[in-house]
Design a protein around this ligand. Structure first.
Ligand code: ATP
Ligand code: MG
Ligand code: MG
Length: 574
């Protein structure tokens, strides 16, 4: 077989390995790669993270290397143990195993602190005591070079004293900042004396009260990679301009095995948001019913929605790994989910918008049982019993009193085949005072139970349920979270920095205005075939001619709930 096409990361790794060493040709013994997935435990994972997980764990698998799960827990303000647990659950659910390789950035706080002192001693870091506002002014912008801080000239001794005081809790938040002394005129904004440590008087979920200064992402990440012997540190494109800083710290610290950072484009999907901060907002403002709301693009939301881990992985494979910004159409995700479920799940009959049909020539009280195959092309999946009676429900869309040309379902004087049952013919439409249809009175052709008639052509086949036997659980139709694209998710401006300007971003992003007001609809009188009363939470089905459904995670026999996963065809979710 022809070799599968390689993505750019595989090409890089192939070259590195061909040179007999680790990344970028740096020769270090062993020829095995080491990657890591480094989530910050400040929220639940979303499908963007699933992409990163598949890339990092996937590469390690392909090359016989290993992938570390590392919690990037350097900011106590937003991090919680609840998130640490959910992240592990989600990675496992996707089918990946980090084995022994579970790490926490907070385990390296002592080492990072030591390295910070080393840079101070070497005159490569200083304590700045300007206000945030003053610092911002001197930082300049893309067109204007920055200016040196008045504190830039502090001696290593002064800096050391102040930094230790910061560590010892002698100073308030925001009064001092440790900065790397690089170049305030650099064209790369990230090199204009970036912050290394800030004061945060908060307890950390793992280190408790030990620290009141915490390292920033840029000062921590490359060093963490180095400590763990990571060869290929793969992150998203927003960090491209941070790579110079990643390398600067590695160059200026006593680091032997050098890791290297590679960037790929992050996953964005239309009609949803893909950022923990925004998702947290939806949870906090109760727009959704928690992180695992089936509308959420979180991994736990998708799981509750009924999506399988295989479908998510197939989706990530389909979109591939590149270095250009793009937004994937949510239709592609849905198609992948549909294709995954189609061969796997059992069929059932469910009438979401019922209209009653009375079969006049079928005896009252008679119950006729038929066996219905669970899957049309997989007989090994067995069958279940359907009960046919004088009164049934069909979907109101399967009846039309004044049908257009080419309409093959039930119409006055017309015939239609009931799936797994008889051909029926519509005799009379019974209406109420206001002209509303109350019931359809039909007759049936007893010769057609297991076959189509041969003397005439009946083209429509519709689904139905027995009126006295059907169950009426809650049925929820989930739809897109956002009406349109992905507002506020374009490529980030060069200047936009991690960890700052969240408020500025909030004012720019109007995704809350784009919320789909009809993102969930609970049906009042859907009628489902009797066998579904035994559905177990998370059991998936295809309701014939309707959509894929899952029995809700929180469903109980006394209070059954079914959620729509995805329609059967493109744009069929309405
Ligand atoms: P968010 O912006 O949603 O908060 P993040 O990048 O801050 O995400 P982290 O927990 O720091 O979240 O991310 C862990 C890893 O997942 C990082 O390597 C990051 O690059 C990657 N990642 C995050 N979002 C995406 C995405 N949309 N597509 C691909 N990878 C992503
Ligand atoms: Mg992050
Ligand atoms: Mg983020």
């Amino acid at each position: 077989a022809a070799a599968a096409p390689r993505n750019f990361l595989q090409e890089i790794i192939d070259k590195d390995l061909a040179k007999g060493g680790r990344c970028a040709g740096r020769s270090v013994k062993g020829d095995v790669i080491r990657t890591r997935f480094p989530p910050e435990p400040n929220g639940y994972l979303h499908i963007g993270h699933a992409k990163s997980i598949c890339i990092n764990f996937g590469l390690a698998q392909q090359y016989g290397g290993r992938c570390h799960l590392r919690f990037d827990d350097t900011n106590p303000a937003a991090e919680e143990t609840e998130y640490v647990e959910s992240i592990q659950e989600d990675v496992k659910w996707l089918g990946f195993d980090w084995g022994e390789n579970l790490f926490f950035a907070s385990s390296y706080f002592d080492q990072l602190y030591e390295w910070a002192e080393l840079l101070i001693k070497d005159g490569k870091a200083y304590v700045d005591s300007q206000t945030v506002e003053e610092m911002r002014k001197l930082r300049g912008n893309l067109k204007e070079p920055g200016k040196d801080s008045p504190f830039r000239g502090r001696t290593p001794e002064e800096n050391m004293t102040l930094f230790r005081e910061m560590r010892d809790g002698k100073h308030k938040e925001g009064t001092h900042l440790l900065r790397a002394k690089i170049d305030m005129k650099s064209a790369n904004m990230n090199l204009r004396d970036p912050p290394m440590y800030r004061i945060i008087h908060k307890e950390h979920h793992r280190t408790g009260k030990k620290w009141c200064i915490y390292p920033l992402y840029d000062f921590a990440h490359g060093q963490e990679d180095a400590i763990e012997g990571i060869t290929h540190s793969i992150c998203t494109l927003e960090f491209e301009a941070h790579r110079a800083l990643y390398d600067w710290y590695c160059d200026n610290l006593p680091i032997k095995a050098r890791p290297h950072q590679f960037e790929f484009s992050r996953l964005n999907v239309t009609n949803t948001v893909m950022s923990k901060r925004k998702l947290l907002k939806l949870v906090k403002e109760k727009v959704v019913d928690g992180w695992d709301d089936p509308r959420m693009p979180t991994i736990c939301g998708m799981r509750r929605r009924g999506v399988t881990p295989e479908a998510l992985k197939n989706f990530v494979m389909r979109i591939g790994v590149t270095t250009s910004y793009s937004t994937v159409d949510s239709g592609l995700l849905e198609e992948t989910i549909r294709e995954d479920l189609e061969p796997k799940v059992h069929r059932r009959m469910a009438v979401l918008y019922p209209i009653k049909v009375v079969i006049e020539d079928f005896p009252e009280g008679k119950v006729e049982e038929t066996q219905a195959a669970n899957h049309p092309s997989r007989p090994e999946e067995g069958s279940r019993t359907l009960k046919f009676t004088r009164e049934i429900f069909i979907d109101r869309d399967d009846f039309n009193e004044a049908p257009p040309e080419g309409y093959f379902r039930l119409q006055p004087g017309g015939e239609v085949k009931l799936r797994f049952s008889y051909v029926i013919k519509l005799k009379e439409v019974v209406k109420g005072k206001n002209g509303e249809v109350l019931e359809l009175r039909c007759t049936h052709d007893p010769a057609t139970r297991d076959t189509m008639p041969t003397d005439r052509r009946v083209r429509g086949v519709i689904h139905w349920v027995s009126a006295p036997h059907c169950i009426r659980p809650a049925v929820r139709l989930y739809d897109y979270l956002l009406r349109s694209g992905t507002p506020g998710e374009e490529a980030p401006a060069e200047e936009e920095k991690e960890e700052e300007g969240d408020d500025a971003k909030d004012s720019k992003e109007d995704f809350m205005k784009e919320l789909n007001p009809d993102s969930v609809c609970e049906l009042k009188d859907a009628c489902l075939e009797e066998s579904l009363k035994d559905a177990k939470p998370m059991e998936r089905f295809q309701f014939e001619r309707t959509a894929f459904f899952v029995c809700d995670k929180y469903s109980t026999p006394a209070s059954l709930v079914f959620n729509r996963i995805v329609g059967l065809k493109e744009n069929s979710h309405k």
